[in-house]
Design a protein around this ligand. Sequence first.
Ligand SMILES: *Cc1c(COP(=O)(O)O)cnc(C)c1O
Length: 362
Amino acid sequence: MIPVTKPYLPNREAYEAYVKDIWQRGWLTNSGPLVNELEANLSTYLGIPNVLLLNNGTIALQIALKALDIKGEVITTPFSYVATTSSIAWEGSKPVFVDIDPETLNLDPNKIESAITPNTRAILATHVYGNPCDVEKIDAIAKKHNLKVIYDAAHAFGTMYKGKSLYAYGDISTASFHATKLFHTIEGGAVITENAALSAKMGLLRNFGHTSPYSFDGAGINGKTSEFHAAMGLLVLKDISQIIAKRKELSDRYTDKLAGTVVKRPVIFDKANTTYNYAYYPVLFPSEQILLQVMKDLEKHQIYSRRYFYPSLNTINYVDQVPCPVSEDICTRVLCLPLYFTLTIEELDMVTRVIKDTLSRN
Ligand SMILES: *Cc1c(COP(=O)(O)O)cnc(C)c1O
């Protein structure tokens, strides 16, 4: 069986050594030493001073919206995971969808301004598959109209843009460290910002608003993560360069093997200034019918791919449904192929053989 993804598992003895230490300390959660160590290590790795670990990437989006006092309309992308949209609605704001660029599959900056109204407060865009949004254009629009910018950077771990971590752009970047992501803490996430005051505010929000055991500043929530999750993160972070190198090698082989077919790929934004993280391997088929046939044929060989993303978020039942023709079209044709650290060359070649075989019959 070839799944679409497998969580990266570090050395088990090393994890057990951490567990032994946790047992000895008896300190399981609430800003324990491993959580603090992982925040410091991530801060160093990313080159950004303020990294706050959280229990997942959805809470990260909600805390980011709360910290920036966003209430009103939020311009966002229809081509993302549902949490990007649901977090806006959950925080009592209105998601306003702007279509995507047909090549990068990220929010199209040229379509943002016509969607701005007096009620617009923020732009929430996703760096889809780890491919950078046009951060400079988005920043210029936000400044001009006095809007906040949040990046759903759940896919962006390890991507660099213009010499900096992609997390360095916008007012706040949110990360997901879910088991299926490139870097993970089993469940987990983070809010990352270069603004120390904003980070301090989010620190309160993640811990019920506690300023001391018996005093509070504002309504917070429980966004804390545990020592066990941090231990996993410390070990995965140690191996991160190997993890990214392996994904690059596998992605390059997919590209070689699928060259000359009708399969298309998203285009990396500003390639000369981007160091990509190879978080996913999405492909675009000419039609939904071919995509469904490919999925079916892969499943006959016990190979599982994922329609990611599907459906287009402007079509779900709790939003104001406006047409986003590019996103709706891409959603019917995009498929993520298996990509994970232990995927072998032989398995990858089998995936591409099945795809090519299907294409030759359609
Ligand atoms: C995974 C993901 C999330 C949600 O993160 P969780 O840690 O699973 O809550 C949000 N947005 C995008 C784009 C994601 O891929």
